[in-house]
Design a protein around this ligand. Structure first.
Ligand SMILES: [Zn+2]
Length: 422
């Protein structure tokens, strides 16, 4: 279970701590009390270290921030033609005082792949269970640093990554509060990225909240059944623009006003149907529904087993439109149902994601590459999209001319995309 991993790491690291740190009374009384139960063990281990000099073969330093990667990144090709790595660096502040982040570097051996300064970290670090980001982790707190490493063209995909972090640890002794430490070693996950067809057909689709820096999916870390999962890490909320660039025209609360409403949802590959939910009512567009139970959040949904531990999940379809049943074999392009607004949904759209298990919550989000699509424009961003979705005004779009033909890539965030031909 995830929660015990930092603790075991802690013991490994604390066994290299001299007792002087604790005797400097830099830790608050409460922290001392909390630590006291394990203190006897720690002192014994520390003495053990002293008694066998050279056993650790190097300098021993305090590392108040423990680093860990739960889910190794799976490199994939984005629609920008570059290779992306998306993952979370777990940070546990094992001290009683604030730890403020100064710098984080992602390294492949000696090569620094990415450097985040304090401001960049403050936009990407979220304490456990928090939706807001901050550059400081309070004493005893744990947080996730949401990383998105884009490899420069021609760069070899790294095999291993680790992280070098510089922090200001307020509980450390004066003069020793600026600490640089390394950790979070991880072997890059080179499982094959699944290649799929489009989940919809037609043009003017918007890849809303897609990879890799939109917060609503990429940072949806949920504690489910005793583990934290990021099932939506690579999810997309597909919307569609009409000829005037609008998500809806007419009354906002009317389902039929929405361009995407009723569009056919299709199988992205030959697959076996793993799960079907149907019969849940449509929600009124324009406001977030309340009191939706967790098991109804996806609304009317289908999960397809694509093989090799890849599952495609489609959510929020119209009630009574789902055409498939569990165990049925489907072919790529086969109709599954119609786009609707059931479950936890503020406007008709298709939520689509790929996971490593047949569950939309207790599973790990995996990247995928769509075989063939066209990028015709780029929206002005999530803020502009939210406004267009709320007001029914044309979404500000920068056309891409000539149209970008993409073969085998993940559609990145806020692009205008056509899925033409079959
Ligand atoms: Zn979604």
């Amino acid at each position: 279970m995830r929660l015990f991993r930092p603790f075991s790491q802690t013991l490994l690291r604390l066994d290299s701590i001299g007792s002087s740190y604790f005797s400097e009374q830099t830790l608050g009384k409460n922290a001392m009390r909390i630590l006291s139960c394990s203190f006897v063990v720690l002192v014994l281990v520390a003495f053990g270290a002293n008694a066998s000099e050279g056993r650790f073969g190097g300098t021993e330093n305090m590392t108040p921030l423990l680093l860990d990667v739960q889910d190794p990144p799976v490199p994939f090709r984005g629609s920008d033609g570059l290779v992306h790595l998306v993952y979370e660096l777990w940070m546990t502040n094992f001290s009683s005082g604030d730890v403020s982040m100064k710098k984080v570097e992602v390294l492949d051996g000696e090569v620094v792949l990415q450097t985040l300064d304090a401001a960049a970290i403050a936009r990407r670090l979220q304490a456990a269970g928090q939706r807001e980001s901050a550059g400081t982790l309070a004493g005893s707190a744990q947080g996730l640093l949401f990383l998105h490493v884009v490899l420069a063209a021609g760069t070899a995909i790294p095999t291993h990554l680790f992280h070098r972090v510089t922090v200001h640890a307020s509980a450390a002794p004066p003069g020793r509060q600026e600490i640089t430490e390394s950790g979070g070693e991880v072997t890059v996950d080179r499982r094959p990225v699944v290649s799929i067809g489009p989940p919809l057909h037609g043009e003017g689709y918007v890849s809303a909240d897609s990879c890799c820096d939109a917060t609503r999916h990429t940072r949806a870390a949920l504690p489910v059944n005793g583990r934290v999962w990021l099932a939506q890490r690579y999810a997309v909320d597909w919307e569609q623009l009409d000829a005037h660039g609008r998500i809806y025209a007419g009354p906002q609360e009317k389902l039929e006003s929405y361009t995407i409403f009723g569009k056919p949802v299709v199988a992205v590959a030959d697959a076996v149907v793993a799960s079907v939910t149907d019969g849940l009512p449509e929600q009124t567009p324009g406001k977030y529904p309340t009191n939706i139970p967790l098991n109804e959040a996806d609304g009317n949904s289908v999960i397809l087993d694509l093989g090799e531990q890849h599952y495609a999940m489609y959510a929020h379809m119209q009630p009574g439109t789902i055409q498939v049943r569990v165990g049925q074999r489907v072919g790529a392009g086969q109709l599954l149902g119609l786009v609707g607004n059931s479950g936890s949904s503020v406007a008709p759209h298709l939520h689509f994601q790929v996971n490593d298990r047949a569950s939309s919550l207790g599973s790990n989000g995996l990247p995928y590459e769509i075989k063939d699509f066209q990028v015709t424009g780029r929206s002005a961003g999530t803020k502009a999209f939210d406004e267009a979705e709320e007001k029914g005004t044309p979404l500000a779009v920068m056309p891409i001319s000539p149209v970008q033909q993409v073969k085998g890539a993940m559609p990145l965030d806020q692009l205008i995309i056509s899925f033409k031909g079959r």
